[in-house]
Write a protein that binds this ligand. Structure first.
Ligand code: ADP
Length: 248
């Protein structure tokens, strides 16, 4: 066997190992999620008083257990997304989609949460029409979800989140931005926030339920679509995330 054939064989072996590893993560994470969901609904029945009235102290303990369980569900969901987006064997399911419609649909999932947190959402419709874009709808939805979710999560009460989308005909791409007036990203954290599991200290203090996987997955999806993602942030005026997706 010559050197090239050996390398090819080695490459095949690595690919197979990768598939086995990613299947294992997928199966374990799905199993975990099923059990965590069962626990969630039982705890919810206790909290809602469906299984008899609880004392205030019992309710407090059950609520804390419920919150921990919710955090584990978020973590497992993020692991599943990462496993899927990181897996080079998983091909993008590219289809022509109306990205404005997708953004509006995704946004509508967040109005309730924003109201609960007293955060206003300000969505500016594009000035010109946006052409259809060839992309993986499920993946791009994850990008929108992560950026919008973060902007609400890291906002302060009575802040406004502004979302904007435009077609840029000079670069033939779609530009999207999400701006918040929230806690901001400190200079020392700026180079790390797209890394797996990284969470800045001010973010942990504000909301300790994150996993630090959302932006890693988001960046990986944007790059797989040959796009770009970047942000501007300071402590006084908040953070803006920008995404540029080429019309491929
Ligand atoms: P998390 O689950 O912690 O939100 P992400 O991967 O989505 O994980 O984000 C990584 C880190 O980037 C966050 O923990 C936070 O420190 C920072 N970050 C992301 N979005 C924002 C934002 N809009 N404002 C301030 N910090 C942010």
């Amino acid at each position: 066997m010559n050197e090239i054939e050996e390398l090819k064989l080695e490459n095949e072996k690595l690919k197979n190992n990768n598939t086995v590893k990613s299947d294992l993560i997928s199966i374990s994470a799905h199993q975990l999620r099923t059990s965590l969901s069962a626990i969630k609904w039982t705890l919810k029945m206790f909290i809602d008083g469906d299984l008899g009235e609880l004392t205030a102290e019992q309710k407090d303990f059950i609520q804390k257990t419920f919150d921990s369980n919710e955090r584990m569900i978020i973590l497992v969901n993020d692991l599943l997304i990462i496993n899927h987006t990181d897996d080079i064997n998983v091909k993008l399911d590219l289809k022509e989609i109306d990205i404005l419609e997708l953004l509006e649909q995704t946004l509508s999932e967040f109005y309730g949460e924003a109201r609960k947190k007293h955060v206003k959402i300000n969505f500016t419709k594009p000035q010109t029409s946006i052409p259809l874009i060839n992309c993986d709808k499920r993946m791009i939805r994850i990008v929108f979800q992560n950026l919008i979710e973060n902007s609400i999560k890291y906002s302060k009460q009575d802040d406004t989140v502004s979302i904007h989308i435009e077609y840029d005909n000079t670069t033939n791409s779609i530009n999207m931005s999400v701006h918040d007036n929230g806690i901001g990203i400190k200079e020392e954290d700026k180079s790390k926030i797209f890394s797996k599991f990284y969470r800045a200290e001010n973010a942990i203090k504000k909301d300790y339920s994150g996993s630090g996987l959302g932006l890693f997955a988001t960046k990986s999806i944007v790059l797989r679509h040959k796009g770009e993602i970047w942000f501007e942030s300071d402590n006084d005026s908040g953070t803006t995330f920008f995404v540029r997706l080429p019309i491929i």
